[in-house]
Design a protein around this ligand. Structure first.
Ligand code: GLC
Length: 754
């Protein structure tokens, strides 16, 4: 059905709706669905978290889950894991699984993917996000959305925008330079809207330039609606709406929250009152209803196509094999001296596995991203299953994690309390009683003693959802539970120990990474994670992931702390009152986020963006760059301004250059290689990062085989955002094109001139 046809039908429906009915549609009528209008057969919009699969069922008005037996689901790899694959096809497949599962569970909207920039390595929710690099995000979020929306389910890309920390997440005001906003924090969302055609988007908790995101016109209207032409639905984060009038006048369409007083939500009875008193306009409400009805038509929830809506399915074998494929390609081999990996799985008589993370299941943690997984294969189970019964696998916990007291109260019900004491939780988890320390010493001694007597030892360490968790940032990136001491002592007695780090975010490895021979990075990568780990350790799968984020030695090394103002400074009473906020933070790190900062400011990192090894080796050759002079000439003829080309929508995606590179698999394993293309301009007349990711290609090659890869560079690859011209522009002059295996492992630099 064409848009104008939908719009005219929508116009007719809106005419029939009463004010009360319209208002019922634009706020939560339950924790996870908005109001329906039975009289006109308008259904509720059923939503469910989240970025790693479909969350368990909750009652209308309680954060204690229903506890059904029929809402176990496929536990999918985190968005960080998907990003680490650098594989657009797999991102699409992951989306297909999540979309089918959401439809299968009767949902209309899945509240993911999460694509906020990983600006601070300590952000508790980074495991739900993809990367520090906007280009990598924009290339992977689009297929992910396409996959989800194949099943007539709306993706809900979150959290728009600048929700880059959990510290005071509802009350932090972000001040940011326009160039950093445009070059770093918006591109992922812009791609999701323009290329991914996301049907919905979630407004963030924090403030943007003095206004709460869900009530802000500059973000939601000027940029999202007017500039990007977004006509999908904007859903607030749960409890992100504070003011009836502001929310009514903003382009926000649906207010959701964590409390049960649905009729007292800001866009509920208070809005009806406001309209009656002339404080709010009914035509603003009509606009919200319009976007909701448009989404319903597009999802085939209503209208002539409703009978054709996809049914979806969940917990299928196909989903589980897809999830394993994604997990397989998400692992990052950080180090492999002496080809320590893969281990042989032939006639292995015994093996020692150490680490609480070897046994721990993570699916049910993390906050709103929690998953009631049909099952979850731990590393220990994956390893034992792979080796079978002829191998004696000994397990030692190695480090002690205090059990989480099961509170009857739900964390989420309290999650938006203005006086939530986050530091109490952050400090509490660092308290170590004598009893706990004694337990840790015992477990460590036992593990170290054992490690001295085994040839092969696999030590699985890292974080868990006590630290990778919504609502709290870490206050440093060292490994908790005294794991560093365990790792150092195990390596001392057994230097061949294979270290597996499982986490959703950077951790300090500085104390021991130079002493270890093999280090393998594992994200929270879904229900098949343990099987993928085993397949990789024993060589059935050759790891092909590369880091979508830098691994700094310590938190203070990152730009947000070194030159930025993370976590922000307290507001004075006047500011607090005016903004309804607690702290404010100037993103003084600007565009220098992640590798852009570390490289520009010469800050060494443990492992750089784009790093990832393989069991085989790849040789690059015949690297060249062809410039398309006609595209350049056309752009200059029509859009030249001073000494810059204004990258108008009409030309910004025109292919200006093609990078060619031959890659040969020179080892003895089948493998996949990610070729990375960075662009820099060392004589730019503006301040720029040394180089920025602007292209990549993943090639699969049998041993001995070679392929010729070509990577297209649109005009946008040469751009920076010019604040005065309020546009992306491309300077004329020379550019450096870096072709490499990672940010730092550059094979060749070519120079072209625009
Ligand atoms: C949470 C999160 C959001 C989630 C929503 C519903 O507070 O910020 O990502 O989708 O509320 O659980």
């Amino acid at each position: 059905m064409k848009l104008e046809e939908m719009n005219s039908k929508i116009g007719e429906i809106i005419k029939k709706l009463t004010l009360e009915e319209k208002v019922k549609m634009i706020h939560g009528d339950a924790l996870f669905y908005s109001g329906d209008v039975e009289r006109l057969s308008i259904p509720a919009v059923n939503m469910s978290d989240g970025p790693m699969g479909v969350r368990q069922e909750f009652p209308k008005a309680s954060w204690l889950p229903v506890g059904n037996s029929d809402d176990f689901v496929t536990y999918c790899p985190s968005n960080s894991a998907i990003a680490a694959t650098w594989n657009k096809d797999l991102a699409y497949e992951a989306g297909i699984v999540m979309g089918q599962e959401a439809r299968g569970r009767g949902k209309d909207v899945i509240l993911g993917p999460g694509i906020n920039i990983k600006r601070v390595p300590a952000n508790g929710r980074n495991f739900e996000y993809m990367s520090e690099d906007p280009y990598l995000i924009s290339q992977l979020v689009v297929p992910l959305i396409n996959g989800i929306q194949e099943s007539d389910v709306a993706a809900c890309v979150k959290h728009f925008a600048l929700n880059n920390q959990e510290t005071e997440r509802l009350w932090v005001n972000v001040e940011i330079d326009e160039r950093a906003l445009r070059e770093i924090y918006l591109p992922g969302f812009e791609a999701a809207v323009k290329d991914g055609k996301t049907e919905s988007l979630m407004g963030a908790y924090n403030l943007f330039r003095g206004k709460h995101c869900c009530e802000d016109k500059s973000l939601l209207k000027d940029i999202l609606r007017d500039e990007w032409g977004y006509d999908g639905t904007i859903i607030s984060d749960w409890g992100a709406v504070h003011d009836t009038k502001a929310a009514a006048e903003s382009p926000l369409d649906i207010e959701m929250s964590v409390t049960y007083d649905f009729d007292d939500y800001k866009l509920a009875n208070p809005l009806i009152e406001a309209v009656k008193k002339g404080g709010a306009k009914e035509k603003d409400i009509d606009e919200k209803v319009r976007h909701i009805l448009l989404m319903m038509f597009r999802l085939k929830m209503i209208g002539a196509l409703a009978g054709e809506r996809k049914a979806g399915c969940y917990n299928t074998p196909e989903h589980r094999s897809k999830v394993k494929e994604v997990a397989d390609e998400s692992f990052v081999l950080l180090k492999n001296d002496d080809k320590r990996l893969p281990l042989s799985d032939k006639n292995v008589k015994e093996l020692l596995v150490i680490g609480d993370n070897a046994e721990r299941l993570h699916s049910s943690g993390g906050g709103s991203a929690e998953i009631k997984a049909l099952y979850e294969i731990s590393p220990l189970m994956g390893i034992k299953s792979h080796l079978g019964g002829n191998t004696k696998v000994t397990y030692k916990r190695g480090y002690y994690v205090s059990p989480k007291e099961e509170s009857q109260e739900s964390w989420q019900e309290k999650s938006t309390d203005e006086n939530l004491d986050q530091s109490a939780v952050v400090n509490a988890r660092k308290q170590v009683s004598d009893e706990i320390r004694k337990k840790r010493d015992e477990l460590r001694d036992e593990a170290v003693k054992a490690a001295a007597h085994f040839k092969d030892v696999i030590l699985v360490v890292g974080l868990n959802h006590d630290y990778d968790v919504e609502g709290f940032d870490r206050d440093d990136i060292t490994l908790p539970y005294e794991q560093d001491q365990l790792i150092e002592e195990v390596l001392k007695v057994n230097p061949d120990t294979v270290i597996v780090v499982m986490a959703g975010n950077a951790v300090s490895m500085g104390k021991w990474k130079d002493k270890a021979k093999a280090i393998l990075w594992q994200w929270y990568c879904g229900m098949e994670g343990g099987n993928s780990l085993a397949d990789i350790i024993f060589g059935k799968i050759n790891p092909s992931g590369k880091l979508p984020e830098s691994m700094p030695y310590k938190m203070e090394d990152c730009g947000a702390l070194a030159i930025g103002e993370y976590p922000g400074r307290p507001l004075n009473d006047e500011e607090k009152k005016r903004m309804n906020a607690h702290i404010t933070e100037e993103y003084k790190d600007g565009i220098y986020v992640g590798y852009r900062y570390y490289e520009k400011y010469n800050v060494p990192v443990q492992y750089c963006f784009g790093h990832g090894l393989s069991y085989t080796s790849f040789e690059y050759s015949n690297i060249s760059v062809d410039l398309d002079e006609t595209v350049i000439k056309n752009a200059k003829d029509k859009y030249f301004d001073g000494d810059e080309i204004i990258l108008d929508e009409k030309i910004k995606n025109d292919i200006a250059a093609n990078v060619f590179c031959s890659v040969k698999n020179t080892g003895e394993y089948f493998g996949k290689e990610i070729i990375e293309i960075y662009v820099g301009k060392n004589d730019s007349h503006v301040d720029r990062p040394i180089k920025e990711l602007k292209g990549f290609k993943k090639a699969a090659l049998e041993a001995g085989r070679e392929c010729r890869a070509s990577i297209e560079l649109p005009l946008m690859a040469f751009s920076y955002y010019n604040k005065e011209k309020r546009a992306f522009v491309a300077e004329t002059g020379k550019y450096q094109i870096y072709v490499g295996k990672s940010l730092q492992d550059i094979v060749k630099v070519c120079e072209i001139e625009i």
